[in-house]
Ligand binder design. Sequence first.
Ligand code: ZN
Length: 101
Amino acid sequence: MKLLYTRENRYLVHNIQNIIENNGIATILKNEYAAGAVGHLVPHESWLELWLVNDRDYDKAIHLINDMIKGSEEPDWICSACKETNTAAFEFCWNCQNSHE
Ligand SMILES: [Zn+2]
């Protein structure tokens, strides 16, 4: 198995998993239940990890992730309410649902 993607932002990892699985590629998540046990300062070890089940799908999966990342060329924005960083693709803050102004 190969590690495909990991981010502190669990919502992003779930988004990428959806896109990859919709293309018929099997994945599993690790650390899905790690956050919360360690308080609000989440160490890197508990970031949500997206793993590929079949290594032969690796090139296709990486291509899908790159396409998705390239699709949002606008810079990240900082939520005015909670100061979390959001990618340009999000119209609402992933953390507190505040709208992007
Ligand atoms: Zn926010």
